[in-house]
Write a protein that binds this ligand. Sequence first.
Ligand code: E4P
Length: 214
Amino acid sequence: MKFFIDTANLDEIKEAYSMGMVDGVTTNPSLIAKEEGAFEEIIKEICDIVDGPVNAEVISTDTEGMLKEAHHLAKIRNNIVVKIPMTVDGLKATRTLTEEGIKTNVTLIFSPLQALMAAKAGATYVSPFVGRLDDLAQEGLVLVEQLVEIYSNYAYDTEIIVASVRNPVHVLDAAVIGADIATLPFAVLGKLAAHPLTDKGLKAFLDDWNKGKG
Ligand code: E4P
């Protein structure tokens, strides 16, 4: 399973990358807005750290505007993936970008039929937002199960990025279901590595060592 990190913060990306746990990065306009500096500069700096896919999102809502932004973004580096919102205009843009060989991530997916349409449009990735569905008591991971089954039924190559991840259980369930990728906030990545019994066990080993051999 691939882990992406869901942040535009360079310190978080550097730290996660140094753990050897980051296969790619997802950003969105809200995450970019939290950071200092121009959008393009932030994306370039992320690409200097990470050689896997770096997702940068368009802000236009019409096909023509999305294509213009996407062409510009795709020229920044060859590992850029252009995030396109799941709308009819977005599907049209995705189809064109796929034909041009530009990688896309259709984002803001909340239903299996949206994801089916994105795959039909040739999306490289889709991003179902599990946490935001859970917030509405709609079980985001059920959506991921459905996507895995639908894409397997029709042998779509589109990869599923489980997004809007809020806790380690989201990651565990995504892995058990067989999602291709989970994109994790930095805080969740840290929680995956931690277990109180590991800390307790390590302390006991060191205490015993110091008593007997120290
Ligand atoms: C994914 O690409 C999005 O950036 C992200 O996962 C959204 O998460 P949120 O619902 O916590 O904002």
